[in-house]
Design a protein around this ligand. Structure first.
Ligand SMILES: [Zn+2]
Ligand SMILES: [Zn+2]
Length: 438
């Protein structure tokens, strides 16, 4: 039988050894228990992708998974969005976001659980569907992190789990905010998210302070002319020649008008006009994607596009009532500005967790991501999205050696190395949340 002193000593020793168990080992022990379920869930999501704004079954499954953990769940927030709330004590509130939508891509990875899903898109065209942007990893990690947090006891506060629809349309975060994300549910002190990275070997985490993804605007331009017979061009105002001149003139926005150290992109991604060899059409349609970082630059570039196409039309002698129209579409995705303090804090957590050399600084990209919207409310909630390496290190080395690129996100060949990617996603996101809630 133990004496009280010996028992006290044992208790003290246990406390010391508990505190000494590194956080990584603590979380990894739980991941070990959970992993088969996590991978099964990943395969399910990967084989059953749904297009943006149609994430009905995915949302339902997310709600089910979170409910199983006794998390308070609300469905159909801003479309098929799901919000889960887990309370424990009075600490801060952390929002963890995963996006649910897939892309109209025909999967060609040859994986046994590759998607064979086909559907009819909004334009009535039959398309294949694939999780080519890795959002299946994101929502699987979201469920896994929720599971881990219900098991781990060393935290205090509220976690909001956000399964977001329609990221690829740039509409999901906006729809959820409009539907009361920050008013009907606990308002977060921090918002965190991860995104798989197709250029980073698995095991590495990428962080970017400040501007990380760009403002994304879609612009529709109609170049109008005066149509007629192709044999008598002098009796027409040819919108095809004018469109060609306008497209080339638009290239001077970035090359001649912008500060070279202040990045911007103006890409004309689509041009449509005319029906037949010998007809000068009445109009030509252009579709542009415009990428910028600051609000001021965004406005300047959009204004310059209008000025240039109008100026070109004047030079071509287009009548006043046939001047071009420029429409900036509503589906604007704002910049992701990762709050530097929060990035530094979480980068510190990751360095301690997985090693200094595994946490790398990533340059900003001109890609788009609507997670940034969560940090753009008037009180500017700190946000951080970090990159989760997902590529086989051997393939990465080979691509470095040969200069041959790896399949990018949105490619029909993109395939993360599932197990280590999921395990690292769970480990880092759980550690990030625990740190913010300690
Ligand atoms: Zn994407
Ligand atoms: Zn994505």
């Amino acid at each position: 039988m133990r004496t009280p002193v010996a028992a006290l000593l044992l208790l003290a020793l246990a406390a010391i050894s508990n505190a000494a168990v590194p956080q990584r080992a603590l979380i990894e022990a739980e991941i070990e228990r959970l992993y088969p379920h996590v991978e099964g869930l990943y395969r399910h999501f990967h084989s059953n992708p749904e297009l943006s704004q149609r994430e009905e079954k995915t949302g339902k499954r997310m709600a089910e998974e979170l409910r199983k953990l006794n998390i308070q769940v609300t469905e159909r927030v801003g479309g098929h969005g799901v919000v889960g709330v887990l309370h424990r004590g009075t600490g801060p509130t952390v929002l963890v976001r995963g996006d649910m939508d897939a892309l109209p891509v025909k999967e060609q990875t040859g994986l046994p659980y590759a998607s064979t899903v086909r559907t009819t898109n909004d334009q009535g065209v039959e398309v294949s569907v694939m999780h080519a942007c890795g959002h299946d990893v994101h929502i699987t990690c979201l469920v896994g992190v929720a599971n881990l947090l219900t098991r781990l006891t060393n935290w205090n506060g509220t976690v909001v789990f956000l399964a977001q629809p329609a990221e690829e349309f740039g509409l999901g975060a906006q729809a959820m905010l409009k539907d009361g994300l920050f008013t009907k549910f606990p308002k977060p002190n921090y918002c965190v998210a991860l995104h798989v990275n197709a250029e980073l070997p698995v095991g590495r985490i990428g962080v970017t302070e400040g501007y990380s993804a760009a403002n994304v605007d879609s612009v529709d331009i109609t170049i109008r002319g005066v149509g007629g017979h192709g044999a008598y061009p002098h009796k027409t105002k040819d919108p095809i020649v004018l469109a060609a001149q306008s497209i080339l003139a638009l290239q001077t926005i970035v090359s001649r008008e912008r500060d070279p150290l202040d990045p911007a992109v103006v890409t004309v991604g689509s041009i449509h006009g005319g029906t037949k060899h010998n007809i000068v059409p009445d109009e030509v349609q252009l579709q542009l994607t415009v990428r910028t970082f600051t609000d001021e630059m965004r406005q300047q570039v959009l204004d310059t596009i209008k000025r240039i196409v109008a100026g070109q039309a004047v030079a071509a002698g287009i009548p006043e009532d046939r001047m071009p129209t420029v429409k900036v579409r509503d589906d604007f995705t704002p910049v992701v500005y990762n709050t530097p303090d929060l990035v530094q804090r979480l980068a510190g957590v990751f360095r301690k967790l997985i090693g200094e050399e595994k946490v790398v600084k990533r340059e900003p990209t001109m890609g788009g991501e609507d997670f940034g919207l969560l940090g753009r409310t008037p009180d500017k909630i700190p946000i951080c999205m970090f990159s989760l390496g997902s590529i086989d290190p051997a393939r990465f080395e080979e691509s470095q050696r040969t200069g041959k690129g790896l399949p990018s996100l949105h490619s029909s060949l993109y395939a993360p190395v599932v197990e280590p990617t999921l395990r690292m996603g769970l480990l880092t996101m759980t550690a990030a949340v625990l740190d913010l809630l300690k």
